[in-house]
Design a protein around this ligand. Sequence first.
Ligand code: ZN
Length: 423
Amino acid sequence: MKASLLVCIGWLLTVSVVAQVPKETETRSLTVQPNQPIQVAYEQPFSSAILLLQPGQSLTNSYLIAGADTLRLYPEPHPERGPSSALCVFRKPVSRLTLLTGELRGIVSLVSLYAPPLPAGYVDNAMRSAARQDCGKPPVVPAAIWRTGLAPPKEAPVATKVQFVIVHHSAGGNTVADYAEEVRNIYLLHTQNNGWNDVGYNFLVGQNGVVYEGRDGQGVIDGDNVLGAHFCSQNSGTMGICLMGNFNDVPPNAASLAVLEQWIGWKLKKEGIADLNARAIHASSGKLLGLVSGHRDGSCATECPGENLYAALPAVRQRVTQTCSFTMAVSPMPLATEPLAGATWTVYPNPSNGPVTVYHHAADPAQVHFTLLDALGRSVAITAHQSTADTWVLEPAGRLSGLYWLRARDKTDVVVKPVLIGQ
Ligand SMILES: [Zn+2]
């Protein structure tokens, strides 16, 4: 009798312990009418929410009230499961939400998420640091730190060789109290709601100037080379940086732009890219892309990264070029394609006292072009005379001395070769 009572008490304790473990997500289906607020109560607190919509439903004048927060519902620029609002992260978890419907009518789904909050400043205080001006690697909050208490990604990361930096905004609020909590809730959204392995972006930038690692390299790949999920399902060759906030109506602040510029400068230097304003074919999408592009430059319809952040990108490229001395790069890389198997370009003599001969067998010799760059990445005038079907003689227009880079291309192939010229 005593034994069975103990078993029974043990079972009750187990049930009550299990019941206290909060769910990471809960979905409620709601039938709503315009301008008729609707209250939703939960058995546990939640820290963020999105509203899944039917096609044609509008978020005009729709808000979510969560404790002391009244959060405007913006359209999500990266919808994964049909149209939805952007993620609303609350200052404190709440167990009661009020939806101010605005123009909403019909059936919507309220998806609530719970990332247990970390102690205030747990992540950010240790990471806040002065802006770097030397284009070295800026400080970043590792995923393993901000993800404390949340389950890690289930699958191993996949590497990609990055040639393009793609800039995003989160389209969330501009008055975030704790950006680490914002990142934790974005992680839950992307893993629980979108069904991805990890955060879609490689990095996220808070308006406090702190950078958070997104996709986790898990100790086997650098975070900046992990294949993400952010560019219209055509992610290879790209690194995604998301500025947290909504920049449709307001510009990004100076702190976010400063760290965005540091990351772009550091990453493109690491990849040996010489000209920040260059454009190249993005193999996954087949599009001609700027090396620093906005999400909206891709193949899917999105307003991301917001009107104001997108408009800021030319100035960002210019400042990075000035700050990081991009014209000093000495290794211009072939931007369009790697040399095809079997393609040969022979340059001789090298070193040369002036003229250089190039041998290359091309299917269409009229498509062969040459560019000569000096060590500062500036184009140097040359003339090319075709002497046989497969041979060209290149004559520099002026006196040259030093190391130059010969960029040769035909219809399908680009190569860059160092040439030493002394006259
Ligand atoms: Zn985006």
